[in-house]
Design a protein around this ligand. Sequence first.
Ligand SMILES: Nc1ncnc2c1ncn2[C@@H]1O[C@H](COP(=O)(O)OP(=O)(O)OP(=O)(O)O)[C@@H](O)[C@H]1O
Length: 585
Amino acid sequence: MKELKYLNRFFKKYKLRLLLGVIITIIARVFSLVLPPYVNKSITAVEDYFLSGNSNVSELKTQLISYIIIIVGAALLSAFFTFLMRQTIINVSRYIEYDLKNEIYSHYQKLPLDFYKQNRTGDLMNRISEDVSQVRMYAGPAIMYSIQTLTLFICVIPIMIYKSPYMSLYALLPLPILSFLIYKISKIIHSRSTIVQQYLSALSTFTQEAFSGISVIKAYSLENDINKDIEALATEGKNKSMNLAKVNSWFFPLMILLIGLSSLLAIYAGGKQYINGEIESTGLILEFILYILMLTWPVATVGWVTSIVQRAEASQKRLNEFLNVEPAIINTVTKETPIKGEVEFKNVTFTYDDTNITALKNISFKVNAGETVAIIGKTGSGKSTILNLISRMYDIDSGEILLDGVRIKDLNLNNIRKAIGAVPQDAFLFSSTLEENIKFGKTEASDDEMIKAAQKASIHDSIMGFTHKYKTVLGERGITLSGGQQQRVSIARAIIKDPKIYLFDDCLSAVDTETEEKILTNLSEVSKEKTTILVSHRISSAKNANKIFVIDEGKIIQQGTHNQLISKDGYYKELYLNQLSEKEN
Ligand SMILES: Nc1ncnc2c1ncn2[C@@H]1O[C@H](COP(=O)(O)OP(=O)(O)OP(=O)(O)O)[C@@H](O)[C@H]1O
């Protein structure tokens, strides 16, 4: 129960509703207790009528009708309060589920990029959906059934013992065995359903990858191999599901068997007592059978609830594992710290924790506000890392990163992120409309602003060519954009934000040189008074920058303007000559 303590504050939050639920549960059960004694009374009245030879049938009728009214009235009230019981306690569990999901989601969002690399998306989604559902079973049904069971035990068992200790002994004997067996079966069901669950996760991961990579599968003609793999997975799944079904099928027969056994024992003991004249009427035997029926489900739930609590504990443990991960990047500054755009790296060294790769080694440079800087270098040299550090996606090991002369850690993280318009290497577009994707950079932007941004990113004409124009849906449910189009939508998203600092990470790699030229001209216009850092492999993208840094293995090996760099031997000149001859060819 240690892990489940996490939920106590939610119970505190909803304590009044819970308390009301507990009271209603008790009332509902107390009303259900009216049925057995009145059934007994009815049988006794009929028995008396025949045994005493009293011929006043109308008196018997009146008596029976009054009993029936009491029984039906109590049953209706019990049903009404049972309805209210679910409306209170189960609703509380739904509120807790809602709060917990929101809390986990907002915590996920605070976690660093590394967290997402270390944990699979499927796992993250599974915890927020499956594990939270398991925990809800504890916060709702488990509590509700426990109160119900407790109330019935406290009320019914003393009544039974009071009315006939002998019959109670016989009737109650099988119930602990039932509870124990249900507990054992629930545990086996749990472990087998976990196996089925894991299998389903594996199956959906496999099929999802197969569908996402369908073009590669078709290109390599691997359809039959994939089919075979799926067949093997499906057979494995079938066997696992059958194992679960086998044990599941024991649950209800076992309950019915033990109810039957209890009833038989009650009839045996009650019959003996009746013959010996120790009880007045056979009505008591029926009353006991009704008590047994009332107790069977609660007894079964003792085992069931135990296994729910165990499952919830395991799930909450998995949730706590993530909830206890401290966000690596913490915003300690709450006051507003507007950013103008000067960027400076002072002896910055940075190592990625998970790979231990030192991506930047003692790097120093300064970009004045409003300047355009290009970063060029081989793949894996550390260019994207520089951009990620400017937006404080990671904290550095040593050295200092300053924005407007202030250490990045002393600035409000929200101000930093708001001041930056980043266009990543892989343009990620959401499966929504083009309009929503562009306005993602500024949700309150007008259509006019959106069109202007799209024109600057040279994507407006393409969009106007689509039937639904800016309302065109992208992704799985809609149109697939070409790589170059995706990059341009991503650029439009940054432009509409009108940030202080632009970070372009090789975002023109998929457009032809002519469009690149057009976009660069537009960008030089929009980024006139903005700091622009542009990562590229192409000289054509870099040549107009105020400064160019050439990076290799995490160090700046050359810097200067285009003209300065082509006049010196080195990586830049080599690249320039290579790309020039490619163009001429
Ligand atoms: N998230 C990460 N976790 C661990 N290591 C990383 C991560 N991102 C990059 N690296 C490593 O850091 C080094 C620098 O990577 P970076 O992405 O900065 O290079 P780059 O110059 O932008 O390359 P490219 O031109 O191919 O985009 C590489 O060796 C890379 O493998």
